[in-house]
Design a protein around this ligand. Structure first.
Ligand code: PTJ
Length: 243
């Protein structure tokens, strides 16, 4: 039992949840390592949504609103951390949700879909095919899902697939706490924020946007600016850490 007054209570509860899901085979063991990297960057960012991330979240909502075929690609970590938030985003936006895994087994796909469905998410079903030009199993996706999408929202992505999706002409919205990652640099738009803060922020922005405001946000999208702002925020915190 983690004492509620522990200064790192939330972080410890989240770790406990991920470890439990890892024991059940929902979260890949490698996902625990990925979470640790994310935690480190979140620590450096001050465990808050920085201003440029808020702009990225509004722009992401605008891109999803204006997309013809948006799809939300969900992996083990994202389902374990944010199933309820995914359901809430789907409620306001109607975005189709597809399970897509790096460490893919049909059993994991089923378990993750079940966790999402239990939280109220409607999950795309069908026979995944090797359609993305990749040598690993993230190549598998649904022909009517990610493969047909024009905009793909992908939290905790690996850089390879982000680039492969871009090479297929898709716009990629990444959620990644590491502003230096290949994913962050190759996505169309990167939200440098923790996934449990980012998804609710996109859902909150979505119904507030008009077509005109969405078009304005999209026309001003500058991913390099967003990544620089995140690095500046980290630099600023490091510089004043011992003040
Ligand atoms: O469930 P699977 O089989 O698809 O596997 C998922 C993992 C996460 C193991 C796989 O996609 C992977 O190896 O990812 P990477 O290449 O380690 O990248 C994960 C990125 O997400 C890293 O840059 C982390 O900083 C970032 N990250 C980790 N946790 C969070 C995060 N970003 C936002 N919110 C988090 N909670």
């Amino acid at each position: 039992m983690i004492p509620p007054d522990h200064p790192r209570h939330r972080s410890l509860v989240v770790r406990e949840r991920l470890a439990a899901y890892a024991r059940e085979g929902v979260v890949a063991l490698e996902g625990l390592i990925a979470h640790g990297r994310g935690e480190a960057f979140d620590y450096l960012l001050g465990e808050r949504t920085i201003e440029s991330a808020l702009l990225a979240e509004r722009t992401a909502a605008a891109m999803l609103r204006m997309a013809e075929r948006p799809v939300f690609s969900v992996n083990g970590n994202t389902a374990a951390l944010a199933a309820g938030a995914i359901a809430a985003l789907q409620r306001v936006s109607g975005i189709p949700v597809e399970v897509n895994l790096f460490h893919r087994t049909e059993e994991r796909v089923r378990r993750i879909a079940r966790i999402l469905e239990d939280a109220g998410v409607s999950v795309l079903a069908g026979e995944a095919e090797r359609l993305i030009p990749l040598s690993h199993d993230r190549a598998y996706c649904l022909r009517d899902g990610i493969y047909a999408a024009d905009v793909v929202l992908v939290p905790l992505e690996d850089g390879d697939r982000c680039q492969a999706l871009r090479s297929l002409g898709k716009q990629v919205i990444a959620i990644d706490l590491n502003p230096l990652s290949r994913t962050a640099r190759s996505a169309t738009l990167t939200i440098v924020d923790e996934v449990t803060r980012a998804i609710p922020a996109v859902a909150e922005a979505y119904p507030t946007l008009t077509d005109a405001e969405s078009a304005r946000l999209i026309s001003r999208l500058d991913n390099t600016y967003l990544l620089r702002s995140a690095l500046d925020a980290i630099g600023e915190r490091l510089f004043h850490a011992l003040d």
